[in-house]
Design a protein around this ligand. Sequence first.
Ligand code: CP
Length: 310
Amino acid sequence: MLKMKYRDVVSIGDFTVEEIEGIMDHAKKMVPIAKGEKKSKALDGKILSTLFFEPSTRTRLSFESAMLRLGGEFIGFAEPSVTSAKKGETLADTIRMAEAYSDVIVLRHPREGAARLAAKFSSKPVINAGDGAGQHPTQTLLDLFTIKSEKGKIGGMNINLVGDLKYGRTVHSLAHALAMFGAELTFTAPKDLQMPEHVIKRVKELGIKPRMEESLETSIEDADVVYVTRIQKERFADLAEFEKVSGAYRIDMDMLEKARKDMIIMHPLPRVNEIAPEVDNTPHAKYFVQAFNGVPVRMALLSLVLGVKG
Ligand code: CP
């Protein structure tokens, strides 16, 4: 029995495999509503607060779309400079206001731990939409949903996380969740941008020994899923070093020659130049489907934490 009513969604580690399976089953039923093929008024009268202290396209818009598709409404802001945070209001007080004005709160904040703190100050459910370099649990849920929809299963798949694994919060929570499901993991990154030790330790505790690679040319060959992330230019003191590294992790038509025919490419987006545009038209490209999947997954989460059957 899935017990989600009034629950916060702060870290993927707060959920069991069974609970994640339950959320994905619920999300599957939401797909026709997310596509506008079926109508729902399940969240009629409910209000969502979207509090975004950092930029976002997909997370904010898909949460707002999810609420509207279920007949609910939303209030919120896309950047803090238009709020009283600019006058020095604390996060705790901003959360108290959102709690008073709405039924569920979605928060993106640059500080790691902000969502956990917000949950302490709110009796209404708080959903973490990314806290600094910490977690992005709803992205992880839609990533898992995409892998399961496209490949039929998660356990046993060889999933290759590629790019900036050090600073990318999506891959930290995803690696953890994939290990929970028993996926085989490959981490492909430049030495200086490899997966943090605390994530490697966690996946090992879950019984998965990740394969560490520097060369995508080698590691792409036996991957079922290649999950690409942006190499963050701003982290490099020497631009020439960035150009060398970013070129080596770019997926183009030549790189695809080395991959399995049924390998799928995912990316949390935004992308810059790590996937060539001509790859978009190949059957490997699943990153736009993945971004769409944010809507049914977030519809499932909103209805579950509000205790409403969608
Ligand atoms: N994947 C993701 O979190 O995208 P946004 O930053 O656009 O929300």
